[in-house]
Every structure is written in C-alpha cells, then in structure tokens.
Design a protein around this ligand. Structure first.
Ligand code: ZN
Length: 143
C-alpha cells in the first residue's frame, strides 16, 4: 500500500514548528518551516498542482487569500524561514527596501557567537535557532 499523499495544507500542519525563541509579533512567535529550503533561505513546498512554491507565499495564500500580481510577501519578523500568517503582508519591492533600512541589524553577543562555533547542527538549523541568516552563521564559523 502506498503512502497517502499529503495535501499542501496538511504539509503546513506537519512541517512547521512554533519557534518560542523568537519575539512576539502581532501576538505570535514565528512559525518556522521545517520542510525543504532553497539556497537563499526560503522554504519550498510542493503544491497540490505539483509545482514548487515558496512556503511563506503559499501559506499566505492558504490563510489570507490570493496575492495581487507583482506583490511580494514581506516578513514583519525579517525571518525567511517563518510562515506565520500574522507576520506576513503584501508589499512592493520598494516597501521591502524601506523595511530593511528601518530595521536595526540583529547583533549576536560574544557568548552566542561562541555557542554557534561549537554547535555542530546544520547551518540552517543554527540560523533558525538564533534568528539570523545562514550567511551570518557561516561567517561566524569561518566557513
Ligand atoms: Zn515570523
């Protein structure tokens, strides 16, 4: 007997994890995607139409409705791994750039950097744990 295929909604139930180490935004901690990831840090999900979709965009569509054409989905939490609907909103490339400018860059403490160097988990797991980019983890580890 073959394994029953999950619908895309079921994938979001099975392949997400509430990240309680992240700050509350709109009353919710981040909901991290635990499925596959693209090289640039966004989650991928295979949609019911068998096409690969960006996980945060697909989750927005499922929970909030369709995305107007040409619009980006912006993260209030600035974490690409997050698919929490209350952290997502539509916006333009210009909004995205403005967001980025307004946001203070997250600074890790020396102690956190030492922990990261010793941590042998995969880069994307560590990046999620500390809510920073994979690039930053690689820099700290000197990879
Ligand atoms: Zn979030």
């Amino acid at each position: 007997m073959g394994r029953a295929k999950l619908t895309v909604s079921e994938k979001f139930n099975n392949r997400t994890e509430r990240n309680f180490t992240t700050p509350l935004i709109n009353g919710c901690h981040c909901l991290d995607w635990t499925g596959g990831y693209s090289g640039n840090g966004y989650g991928w999900v295979l949609d019911d139409d068998k096409k690969l979709k960006l996980a945060h965009r697909k989750h927005y569509e499922l929970t909030c409705g369709s995305i107007p054409s040409g619009q980006l989905i912006l993260h209030a939490c600035d974490r690409r791994s997050c698919v929490e609907p209350s952290h997502l909103r539509t916006g333009t490339q210009r909004d995205n750039a403005a967001d980025r400018k307004a946001r203070p860059k997250k600074q890790l403490t020396d102690q956190q950097k030492e922990e990261i160097i010793k941590n042998e988990s995969p880069i994307n797991v560590i990046a999620r744990m500390y809510s920073v980019s994979r690039m930053e983890i690689k820099l700290i580890k000197g990879e």
